[in-house]
Design a protein around this ligand. Sequence first.
Ligand SMILES: N[C@@H](CCC(=O)N[C@@H](CS)C(=O)NCC(=O)O)C(=O)O
Length: 263
Amino acid sequence: MTMRMHHIPVCPFSQRVEILLSLKGLSGEVDYNVVDITKPRPEYLLELTKGTTALPVIDVPGKTAIKESMVILQMIEGMFPEPAVARRDPHEHALESLLVARQEAFTISGYVMVMNQDPDLSDALREKHLKLYREMNDILVNYAPGETFFFDRFGWSEVIYTPMFMRYWFLEYFEGFELPPGVEYDRVRRWRAACLAEPHAQQVTFEQIVKLYYDYALGAGNGALPEGRSVSTFAFAPDWSARPMPPRDKYGTPATDKELGLV
Ligand SMILES: N[C@@H](CCC(=O)N[C@@H](CS)C(=O)NCC(=O)O)C(=O)O
C-alpha cells in the first residue's frame, strides 16, 4: 500500500510526518507530492481536504484522506506500531502529552513573532515566546525522566516539536532571538539541542528556512506576495540554494525580487 502525502515545501507539519516515517524505517512507504503554495490549490486536492487549503493531507488508498499533522501522526503510529515512537505505557504517554499539549501555543507564538511588522510590539512578543519556553522547561524538569530527550530517546514529543525548532531559525535570523542564559531555560535548551541534532530530522537546513521564510518576516505568509514583489520566496524556481541570503533587518528597506535572486 503506498500512501500519498500532499504537502508544501519546508512545511513543518509535513516534516513531523516525514520524521515519524523515517524513525519507523518507512520513508519509502509514502509517495510525496509537493504543492506550490504560490498557486491556487488544484481541484483534486480541495476534494481530498473537503475544501480547506492547509496541508499536509495524506491519501490512504481506498479510504478517506486524512489532514491535520497531529491526526496523521496518530494514524501512522497506529498503522505501523513497530518500532513504537509514542510511549506504549498509558501513563508515560500522558507524561509526554503534557508537553505536546503546548505545541499549538508554541507554533502560534513563533509565527506571530516572525510576521509582526510593528517594532513596538516586538519586546512583548519576545517575552510571550520566552514564557512558553519557561513553561516547557518546567514540564521537562517536573515530568521528563530523560536527561536530554523527554525519555531515553528521540520520541513522540520530539517528533512534534523539532520541525518548529527548525522553523524558529527564522527568529534567530530576523529577530535576533536566542534563549537567554539561565537555569529557567537550561532543561529546554538541552532538549532543543538534542532535537536539532537528531539524524532522522535533517530534512531541512538553516539556510533553506531563512531564504524561504523571508516573506513571512515581511508579514506575508502562505505564499502571499509582499508589496512591490512579483515572485514569492516560496516559489520553486530559482531554487533556494542558488539565491543569496536575505537581509536580516526585517524593518529596513525590503529586498527586491532581484536582490533575493528570484528573477
Ligand atoms: N494544523 C495544521 C496546519 C497545517 C498548515 O498550516 N500548513 C501550511 C503549510 S506549513 C499550509 O498549508 N498553508 C497554506 C494554507 O493554509 O492554505 C496541521 O497541523 O497540519
